[in-house]
Design a protein around this ligand. Structure first.
Ligand code: ADP
Ligand code: MG
Length: 292
């Protein structure tokens, strides 16, 4: 896609990083929640065998009967890919979930080396063209067939990176993986690096953000996701944070990011103003003090 412009039809955004705990699931839930609230029919896909996204919405990935796993069984059996019967309502308007089951962990072993498995998700999502405007894919923290499926299916890739130095190494690894996959897909993937868990009171966070901005000039987002304890509260009650507390600094930062990548309602607001607002909230937030 050029200039990250969203065209009519379905827009697929994958959220991936091989490092765990960087905010992939939080990013998926928050962006999807915001898009649903803006009036877009939005589907979240859980490709992580841990099923954190699935658990977030109170489904049990250990016991769930139908999941993303079915899709690969259908592909192996060469039966038509049926996705709509597996999709679950979340209880929130316009927000649906394509759940994971822990059985997904066995897929790599079962299907490793079998050809044609990389495009299964892309083909299945094509059927949904008229039903959803946005699909957000939460990727597993490892390179394998599921990650390849996500990258082959997406229009844009978001790589959340925790603002600490070890995470930069993880980002380099993720980008090497991306290069390899792009090579085998014969198509470039447009990606955005999204700094997460930013703690402006620590030197490590500030220096890390500066390094990211210098090293990934054209890919780094202006939006920076701050540490916001409300994300944990939201996961506890199983709601996207924007549906609980729309004006917290974390949600504002994710809204800014959506605008930046040309997704959702583009208000053409001045991003600098939004960031100022976010910074002000960070300074004032009592929660933030608690988080330290
Ligand atoms: P991943 O999916 O990459 O493993 P998660 O989204 O599950 O990462 O985040 C890991 C943990 O950090 C979770 O407990 C989550 O609630 C918390 N978290 C994520 N983003 C933030 C944030 N911006 N502020 C505070 N806590 C966060
Ligand atoms: Mg996760």
């Amino acid at each position: 896609m050029t200039d990250y412009m969203i065209t009519a039809g379905i827009n697929i955004i994958a959220v991936a990083n091989q490092k765990g705990g960087v905010g992939k699931t939080t990013t998926t839930v928050t962006l999807a929640g915001l898009l649903a609230q803006q009036g877009y029919h939005t589907l979240m896909v859980d490709l992580d065998p841990h099923g954190s996204l699935t658990s977030y919405f109170n489904f049990d990935p250990e016991t769930i009967k139908d999941s993303v796993y079915n899709l690969y069984q259908q592909a192996v059996n060469k039966t038509p890919l049926v996705i709509d019967k597996i999709i679950q309502a979340t209880g929130f308007e316009r927000l649906s979930l394509f759940p994971a089951s822990t059985a997904l962990a066995t897929l790599e072993k079962q299907l490793g080396g079998r050809s044609g498995m990389g495009l299964v998700l892309a083909q299945a999502l094509k059927q949904l063209d008229k039903t959803y405007q946005y699909v957000l894919i939460d990727c597993p923290p490892m390179l394998g067939m599921l990650m390849i499926n996500a990258l082959a299916a997406c229009d844009q890739l978001v790589i959340p990176v925790q603002t600490e130095f070890l995470a930069i190494k993880g980002l380099q690894r993720m980008l090497r993986t991306l290069k390899m996959i792009e090579h085998s897909l014969h198509t470039p993937v447009s990606y955005h690096v999204l700094p997460t868990l930013y703690d402006q009171r620590t030197r490590a966070s500030k220096e890390c953000l500066q390094t990211l901005r210098e090293d990934y000039k054209t890919h780094i987002s202006r939006a920076v996701i701050p540490v916001d304890t409300k994300f944990r509260d939201a996961s506890y009650v199983g709601k996207p944070l924007s549906m609980m507390a729309a004006n917290t600094h974390g949600v504002l930062a994710y809204s800014q990011f959506l605008e930046e990548i040309g997704a959702g309602d583009i208000k053409h607001s001045d991003n600098a103003t939004v960031q100022q607002q976010v910074n002000k909230q960070i300074n004032n937030s009592a929660d933030y003090q608690q988080a330290m």
